[in-house]
Design a protein around this ligand. Structure first.
Ligand SMILES: [Fe+2]
Ligand SMILES: [Fe+2]
Length: 331
């Protein structure tokens, strides 16, 4: 049973002078947002930098698998949709890099960490896009899994991250719908088109389930992140939610998932399902997936090719600053 407020307080806190740690703990417990200027424990800051940077990198690297199909989209309409979607992902990366910068790191440092392999991105983007059906399946399942992961992050304890996620989630649900709409169109086409969709679903289903991370028993960061309210649900809870959400959509679409254990469990009121190949997951996370090297090489080349743009932009900004200073002196 808890004591009345006045009892058990130190003289400092009775005068309203909480220690920074106490103030932080209270804010987190009250579901208030921690802002960049607030005191925060080192571990909290480090965890957020790692998580938000990894999220930003995933948005940027995630442009590659779908970007691969922009020049080969089957119609002008599909090309315009795909271009807009890939561009949205660039925007998500930028919001998230900006959110990470509020924690005291520099974006150029984060980019270096990505291309040197010191920071990770979601393992899903190390799988290749072999057919145009993959564009639809990525929208439906990969953006769908991202939404399951990200909607709870709109209530995460760090203010700039939570606010970025609200905007990102709105666009992600658009992405998911465009993917589903593309698949609906293909499924109402020829048998060859329907086969393409099913073949693509077979390849993406397990990697999509891996997007929620390892099982709770093996997830080293979950407990602390939940206590800090950075994370609001466990990996296994989110995975279950995703399966529950995806099954009726698959039935409506007319495709199946490649899991013989997948069936409705009336007692639990949820779907039972099999486990992904976790050895494959760790292999891909460790850098040995089908496209890891290609993705990083491509990102590194884009970064190097963009050096002149960054130099020109800095020179322009310096000039504008100098002109403003001259203006101030003159007036
Ligand atoms: Fe995104
Ligand atoms: Fe997306």
């Amino acid at each position: 049973m808890s004591k009345p407020e006045s009892e058990g307080q130190s003289p400092e806190s009775a005068r309203g002078e909480l220690s920074p740690q106490d103030r932080f703990d209270r804010m987190v417990a009250a579901d208030s947002r921690i802002e960049p200027r607030d005191w925060m424990p080192d571990g909290y800051r480090k965890t957020l930098i790692r998580q938000i940077a990894q999220h930003a990198h995933s948005e940027i690297i995630g442009m590659q698998p779908e970007g691969n199909w922009i020049t080969r989209a089957p119609s002008l309409r599909r090309k315009a949709i795909l271009l807009a979607k890939v561009q949205d992902e660039a925007g998500h990366g930028l919001y998230l890099y900006a959110a990470t910068e509020t924690l005291g790191v520099d974006r150029s440092e984060l980019t270096e960490n990505l291309i040197n392999g010191r920071q990770k991105y979601s393992s899903i983007f190390n799988y290749p896009t072999l057919t145009f059906a993959d564009v639809g399946v990525i929208g439906w399942l990969v953006d769908g899994a991202a939404i399951c992961n990200q909607v709870p992050l709109c209530r995460t304890s760090y203010g700039p991250y939570a606010r970025a996620m609200i905007r990102i989630c709105k666009e992600e649900s658009f992405h998911q719908r465009q993917g589903y709409e593309l698949l609906m169109t293909m499924m109402s086409g020829t048998q060859a088109q329907r086969d393409l969709v099913q073949e693509s679903v077979n390849r993406w289903w397990w990697p999509a389930l891996m997007m929620f991370g390892p099982p709770d028993a093996e997830s080293s960061n979950t407990e602390q992140s939940m206590a800090w309210r950075i994370k609001r649900d466990t990996n296994d809870e989110l995975r279950q939610k995703f399966v529950n959400m995806s099954m009726p959509q698959a039935e409506k679409l007319g495709v199946t998932f490649p899991d013989p254990e997948l069936r409705w469990n009336a007692e639990r009121g949820q779907y039972d399902f099999g486990q992904p190949d976790w050895a494959e997951f760790w292999r891909v996370v460790g850098g040995d997936g089908p496209c890891n090297r290609q993705r990083i090489a491509h990102r590194r080349k884009a970064h190097e090719d963009g050096a002149w743009v960054r130099e020109a932009a800095s020179a322009h900004a310096a000039k504008a600053r100098a002109a403003a200073t001259v203006g101030e002196v003159a007036s």
